[in-house]
Design a protein around this ligand. Sequence first.
Ligand SMILES: Cc1cc2nc3c(=O)[nH]c(=O)nc-3n(C[C@H](O)[C@H](O)[C@H](O)COP(=O)(O)OP(=O)(O)OC[C@H]3O[C@@H](n4cnc5c(N)ncnc54)[C@H](O)[C@@H]3O)c2cc1C
Length: 542
Amino acid sequence: MVESAPARQRSWWGWGWADQALRASEIDALAPLVAAQLDTAVQRRDPVRVGDLDLRRPRIEAPAALRRICSTDPRERAGHAYGKSFRDVVRAFHGEVAAPPDVVARPGDETELASLLDWCGSNDVAVVPYGAGSSVVGGVETGGKWAEGYRAVVSVDLGGISGVLEVDRTSRAARIAGGTTGPDIEAQLRPHGLTLRHYPQSFEFSTLGGWIATRSGGHFATNRTHIEDFVESTRLLTPSGPMESRRLPGSGAGPSPDRLVAGSEGILGVITEAWMRLQERPVHKASASVRFADFDAGVEACRRLGQGSLWPTNCRLLDPSEAAANAGGSGEAILVLGFESAHEPVDGPMALALECCADAGGDVGAGVRVREQGTGEGGDGPVDAADAWRSSFMRAPYLRDAMVALGCIAETFETAVTWDRFADLHHSVTSTAEASLRSVCGGGTVSCRFTHVYPDGAAPYFTVLAASRHGEQLAMWDEVKSAVSEAIIDAGGTITHHHAVGRDHRQAYDRQRPELFAQALSAARRTLDPQGVMNPGVLVDP
Ligand SMILES: Cc1cc2nc3c(=O)[nH]c(=O)nc-3n(C[C@H](O)[C@H](O)[C@H](O)COP(=O)(O)OP(=O)(O)OC[C@H]3O[C@@H](n4cnc5c(N)ncnc54)[C@H](O)[C@@H]3O)c2cc1C
């Protein structure tokens, strides 16, 4: 008899695959390096085992008709209690799962989903849509003050509503189910020679519906990179029924229904399908790295590149700390540049971009690496800062979890601001974060990189690493996060460029958005979700 391999398991408490997490011996090997960097002793702890959790008993039972798609299995409930922010991972790691969902439902199609929404609406049960649970803003969290107003909470895992359903080669678009993950989308489009080409860092463990619901930002740094740039039409299943927009390449017919759906974070209904604009798979690629004596010179180069209509696919400026940690830098800022195209060689635009960087004081030193289709992963040419940066980018979430095991604070936050305010925001946010880390943690590091560059501004992304103590990690981080959020809003930035609002950013979001807009959004919600069960506490008051 042939034994089948056991199914690969997601980590219930941390990022990604359970078998990819750093092993205890690897974390122990990391400990002295972290201790030296933070100038303090660190101690590894192990995550609480899911079997040792004493979860609250489910407060409601699904009706017979829905039982087939509902689970109260402890691992399922614990694994759907939180997303994957530092706050989430710390709590789950230490077994603090006070308010797991009462039920995890996995509808396989819209009919089952509609029955589920009906049952929840008539029984005062809150519905938390769950794509792949990579939210870092409390978007899929099933507990909190808001939950007190509901009889129970159901996490609706949309993994069963999955697949590329239809490809329109003529218009170069595809109808894709909301619960389809990044790798599944690309695998099913590849035989058609097409790609959605949307690669958030969480690509492997996030879904199309989650991307649209949070207006996610892809890996590409300029031009079309936000998911809504690729949305042709959407289908939202709301408690009041389906709302589907017409497929159109463009339209001036009033406010766009798709723009209401994009960023709705589950409060208006569930995105079950969307027609997405696709692209030919790129065959010409080139990458290069440019060194700058300081961050400001790199910022100026990025501004010129952003306004130069060259549209590099990658334009990641790493400040000296980020460059040292992730791209082999030694005291200078590094700009990782990339171009790609399905149709034309990209050495021309790359040469112009490098000229622009040199004009702004950049050292283009190591030169360009050109890759054409068929040269294999990595292609020919020297391994450079771009490679080092790419591999540490993919490994970073697993490393973050190792920092949690060592009792440290390791988290990121991001914003966007126009160029005229960039220098002030960068200074104010960095100094606020540093001062807060000094007073709360006795020190720590704050580094910055650009994730996206626009003609009128940039999206800086900050990484914080600090010492803390097991048991106090959360309170300490919350204090720092609150200080930097205030600094961001005061400096004219947005509380989030692509991580979304969720429950964690509500306070700052309320300061950022116009009050009348909040009222209009609540009114739209009352129409689509009259019982107010959809993802309460996110974006607007329940
Ligand atoms: C390591 C890491 C890296 C990340 N990198 C990026 C990045 O590069 N760019 C970026 O933009 N974000 C990033 N994120 C954040 C996160 O991956 C995105 O917000 C992503 O879009 C969420 O997708 P998901 O399918 O996991 O949704 P979930 O986390 O499951 O849900 C997110 C929100 O959308 C709602 N939702 C989910 N699916 C649906 C649906 N079908 N219909 C209606 N509402 C729905 C949920 O209720 C919740 O409010 C990262 C997160 C992590 C942990």
